[in-house]
Each structure stands twice: as C-alpha cells, then as structure tokens.
Design a protein around this ligand. Structure first.
Ligand SMILES: Cc1ncc(COP(=O)(O)O)c(C=O)c1O
Length: 393
C-alpha cells in the first residue's frame, strides 16, 4: 500500500494579489514596469544561443554601469549578500589578514563573513553617520599590513557615502586588494571601479537598477584574479567559485548551475534602461531628487543625521523627533498610504527613519508626495504640549 496523502499542509489559497506599494525605504525599490514585463516572459534554456548572447549583453552593460573593463564581471545568482560572499570566498585564504573599515551595519556583515572564511579580521570603526579619512585608512594599512581592505561605499544603514578618492592608490602602495560594497550606489551614485582602482566589488539588483531582488552583480579585477589563481587550495564555496562560474559566463559556456534566466531578462532590461538614460544623467537625477528631499525635510523642521558632504543620494537618514514613535509613524504611512519607509538598524535603531530614492523611484513627484504626507501626518504623532497648569506646577 502506498502511504496515504495527508491534507494537513494543503492550503486552499487564491492566486497571489499584492497591494500597490511605493517603496521608499532601504530597498527593494519599485521595479521599472518594462523590467517587470521582461521578467514575465516565458523562460528560454540557460544554454540556448539566444540566452548566451543575452549573458554577454548583461556583462557588457554591467561593465558600463560600474565603469570597468574587468573580464570577470557577472551577475551572481543570489542577492547582494551572495555577491558579497563571492568577493570574500574567492580571495581569502585561511590566515589572510583582512582589514574591514566599519561605519555601519554592512561593514559589520563583512567582518562576520570574512571571519567565516577563516581570515584574520581586523576592523577599524567610525561612528554611524561618519566616513573614513584617508589618513586613518593609511595608518591602519601600515599598522596591520592586510591582504585585503574591505569597505562599504554607500552605507545603507547610515546614509553615508564614503569618499573614495585616493583609497585605491593607498591600497596599491601597501600591496593590498581593495574590496568595495556598491549595493546602494550602482546605477545611482558616481562610481568608477577602474579609475578608483577597486579590485573587487559587488552590488544588488533591487536598488539603483530598478529590478526586483535576486541577482548580485560581481566584478573582479586583474589583481584579485591573480590572488585567486595563486590559491593553494580550492575556493571553499562551490556555488560562488568564480573559476567555475567563469566556465559558464566566460567563453566555454559550460553548465555550472541553472541560471535564473528570467532574473537575467529583468537585469538586461534594467541595464538597458540605465544605458539609455546614461550614467551621468542617472547620477544627476538621483542627486537632484535627494537634494529636493533634504531641503523639504529641513523645511519641516526635521534633522538629517548625516552632514551634507557625506550624504548619500539614494538613502537619507532622518532623525525621529523627540517623543515620536517612529515605528508607529512608518506603520501609518504603510497602512494609510501604501508607502514604505525604513527604520533604523543597529546603532541607529529607533533613532532614524531611512528614506530611499532609488532607481525608478527617484522622481520629484515621489519626493513631493512623501513631503506632503510628512507635513500632514507627522503633527498627530508629535507629543501634545503639556497643559499650562501642569507646566506651571
Ligand atoms: C550596503 C549593503 N550591503 C549589502 C547588502 C545585502 O544585500 P542583500 O540584502 O541583497 O543580500 C545590503 C542590503 O540592503 C546593503 O544595503
């Protein structure tokens, strides 16, 4: 007798229906409508010659978005964290010293991941809301002599954009690879992988590129490739091993894993849109909409957490005013207006809201809509002034 079929977990559901949301938090951002159309196409085989052509187009457009000629530029199957892990898994050998410059939550994630690949991790830290100066990075490079300096360009937990000028040169002088998290900057904030001498970088699909989450762009320059080639042992992560992946994404086109073909349809469309707009125009659009938001929030009497020169155009941290329940207010925005705004992470938990203007969502209309809603709704969340009699007593 075959076993009887249990109905215990058999939910009777209607087809999925999601509400309209305007995603103005730390990501994902809303996807561009033509990206959604691309995702909805019937899959084709992941070794179909048409798909092979598409892979080449995605790689070439990623090189444009990152301003790099790196041969090993591929969208990892997985989210930004998978691509982050790929940068570390491929280059760290047990005992390698990795210096992580931590100025927020995602720097801490780099520390955690690098340790799991048995690096000797050293970290230097800045308070959440500040960035590193060249001099302190140089002092740390001299003191620790790391094989890799890992840092975050656009720290989504704090809204800081780390100035990059000169860091790549320092790393070359000290014979160290530069690894950069560009999850919240790719496609939206000036980013020059080759000119900045960045050896390894990763990103995501769901922010500046206006695509849903699911792919993690990855790029590796010649110095990092040389470190990979000189490894004494195998990359300890089969799925993320770039030497294997490159047999699929490089000229051999040999099966490695079944590529998420529809995600790559979406990625191709997202990158096509970016190339059509042009990088400078996309960067300028993000900047001007961010400035519009900053000015509007300040006019409402709100305080921005990050000083102007370090502010990130894609993500703004706004201090929650004294006495306001920040979580209740963002819940109100979601329930009443379908707008998502993020809360604080780590050191900034309960202290800030995080407002994202990324990719498709970076428009003046979205900024004005959000500012109008803050103006009309926030007063009800502010503590009412103490009654006069009580104040006198
Ligand atoms: C700066 C930064 N790094 C890494 C990640 C991890 O990316 P994912 O959540 O796509 O895995 C995020 C996610 O928001 C991020 O903001």
């Amino acid at each position: 007798m075959p076993p009887s079929i249990s109905s215990t977990h058999r939910l009777a559901l209607d087809p999925i229906a999601t509400p309209e949301r305007l995603l103005l938090g730390p990501g994902p951002s809303n996807a561009h409508p033509t990206v959604l159309q691309a995702l909805a196409r019937m899959p084709i085989g992941h070794l179909d010659p048409l798909y092979i052509d598409l892979m080449g187009e995605v790689q070439e457009l990623l090189r444009y978005a990152w301003q790099t000629d790196n041969r090993l530029t591929i969208p990892m199957s997985g989210t930004g964290s998978a691509a982050m892990e790929a940068t570390l898994a491929n280059t760290i050998e047990p005992g390698d010293k990795v210096l992580v410059a931590v100025m927020g939550y995602f720097g801490q994630r780099l520390v955690d991941m690098a340790g799991r690949y048995r690096a000797e991790v050293v970290s230097i830290e800045r308070p959440w809301g500040e960035a590193f100066e060249l001099a302190e990075l140089e002092a740390a490079l001299i003191a620790h002599k790391p094989a890799i300096l890992a840092m975050v360009h656009a720290e989504t937990s704090t809204g800081v954009c780390q100035p990059m000028e000169g860091i790549g040169d320092l790393c070359r002088q000290h014979d160290c690879l530069l690894l950069l998290d560009t999850v919240t900057s790719l496609g939206a904030v000036p980013l020059h992988i080759d000119a900045w001498k960045v050896d390894l970088a990763y990103s995501c699909s769901q922010k500046g590129l206006s695509c849903p989450p699911g792919l993690g762009p990855f790029t590796m320059g010649p110095r990092a490739e040389a470190k990979l080639a000189a490894r004494s042992g195998k990359v300890p992560n089969w799925y993320l091993d770039v030497s294997l992946l490159n047999k699929y994404w490089g000229s051999d086109r040999v099966y490695h894993h079944t590529a998420p073909v529809n995600m790559n349809f979406g990625m191709r469309e997202a990158l096509r849109l970016l190339a059509e707009e042009g990088l400078e125009a996309a960067w300028a659009r993000h900047r001007s909409n961010a400035e519009r938001l900053w000015a509007g929030l300040e006019q409402l009497g709100l305080e921005l957490h990050v000083s102007e020169p370090l502010r990130l155009a894609t993500l703004t941290t706004v201090r929650i005013p004294e006495g306001v329940d920040g979580k209740a207010f963002s819940r109100h925005l979601l329930d009443r207006f379908g707008i998502e705004v993020g809360g604080g992470l780590g050191d900034l938990a309960g202290k800030v809201w995080r407002i994202g203007l990324m990719g498709y969502n970076s428009t003046p209309e979205n900024v004005d809509r959000l500012l109008d809603i803050f103006a009309s709704e926030l007063p009800a969340f502010r503590p009412s002034p103490a009654p006069v009699a009580a104040a006198i007593a």
